[in-house]
Design a protein around this ligand. Sequence first.
Ligand SMILES: NC(=O)c1ccc[n+]([C@@H]2O[C@H](COP(=O)([O-])OP(=O)(O)OC[C@H]3O[C@@H](n4cnc5c(N)ncnc54)[C@H](O)[C@@H]3O)[C@@H](O)[C@H]2O)c1
Length: 430
Amino acid sequence: MKICMIGSGYVGLVSGACFSDLGNTVTCVDINKDIISNLNKGIVPIFELGLQELVIRNLKQKRLFFSNDVSNSIKRSDIIFICVGTPTKKNNNADLKYVYNVVKKIKSNLNKYKIIVTKSTVPVTTGDKIEKILNTKYNKNKFDVVSNPEFLREGEAIRDFQYPDRIVIGTNSHKANKIMKNLYLPLIKKGSRYINTSRRSAELIKYASNAYLATKITYINEMANICEKLNIDVHDVATGMGLDERIGSRFLRPGPGFGGSCFPKDTRALISTSNKFNTNLSIVKTVIQSNDNRYKLLINRISKILKNKFKNRKITFLGVTFKAGTDDMRESPALKLIPKLLKKGAIINYYEPTGSKKEFISKKIMCNSNIHDACKNSELIIIHTEWNEFKQLNFKKINKNKNLKVFDMRNLYSPSEMLKSKIKYFGVGR
Ligand SMILES: NC(=O)c1ccc[n+]([C@@H]2O[C@H](COP(=O)([O-])OP(=O)(O)OC[C@H]3O[C@@H](n4cnc5c(N)ncnc54)[C@H](O)[C@@H]3O)[C@@H](O)[C@H]2O)c1
């Protein structure tokens, strides 16, 4: 099939490369000229394991193309995936301007029957609105608007695309459903479940799933808070809970709170939608509030660890991305923690496996190219992101300071082992 991915970021690029690997002819388009020029040279603009190889392989096979020419790419394709960003507006609504800009382009270039698929996460009824816009120029047999929410996780994106738990297709059109099912057939044959539902249901499935996962994370973070008061290890609680099949063990790891490009914005957008339709999603509201406040609790913990003295004290962050396996800084907890610590007078060093971050350009923040330099002379090491390379550190070797303290926000180490090594160690919920 001839496919066009509009927006070549985390979702458009990964799914475009994966669709081409299944034998389709895919053009990934973007308005960003640098992204496309680099991609044409096989240079991938994001950190995602295995993506560069996948892109190069399919470029060479001439199944994968990159272009800034949105109009021609639309004309040449049978299926158009909208994969542009849907960030949060100031009023907490999802900002759909990128989506509607694409719809405008599609409207001017619809030269034959096409399926227009929203892979971007869009509020319920967005598909209805897109259909209405196209209907002002074309009759209904010229196109179908389908919702196909994307569930891939950064850091595991290729695997998630190739082996999804489920493929959700929201459309009432038999024709569009047949074509979409055919497109996903190689994945269905490998065992992925395929669900055809209404477009609105598909749109809501995405938000409901993300809000539920955000709730699970927040729930265990709150359990961690009470565990700290009661001298209980939250991991014992999580293990005991997770063995109940109705609950499941995933997403029961406490940490600095959820971040990234999806959970924060999607929970907020879901609340906006619920307000619009006069429904009180009180659980999701509480989850947002609890997560927004989490950094304050963590700052209090740091304050206790440093005995409330921050001035000129060197703190090292190991990892600043919101999770391991990605270079995505959007809504990372570090973006709240580091400025607060700086304000209190601390000096921040960090080491991030995916390199320095433009968000932290300040004289008081130093990005180091290795763990040793970042931790040298530090008084407190904060393990912020659960990268593998932070899991077996010899703290005594990387930092000679007898008073070194380690605050492990991901509980990567065993408190008893750290005690044996005489390292002042603090975790979350234990
Ligand atoms: N990142 C994830 O893990 C993830 C997972 C599932 C769903 N989603 C959803 O997918 C959507 C895209 O997310 P992302 O992380 O890939 O975003 P992104 O910011 O990485 O990429 C979006 C790309 O779209 C391009 N773009 C914007 N307007 C355009 C236009 N008119 N024409 C062509 N290109 C245009 C931008 O230049 C950018 O490169 C969002 O709605 C997001 O919620 C993201």
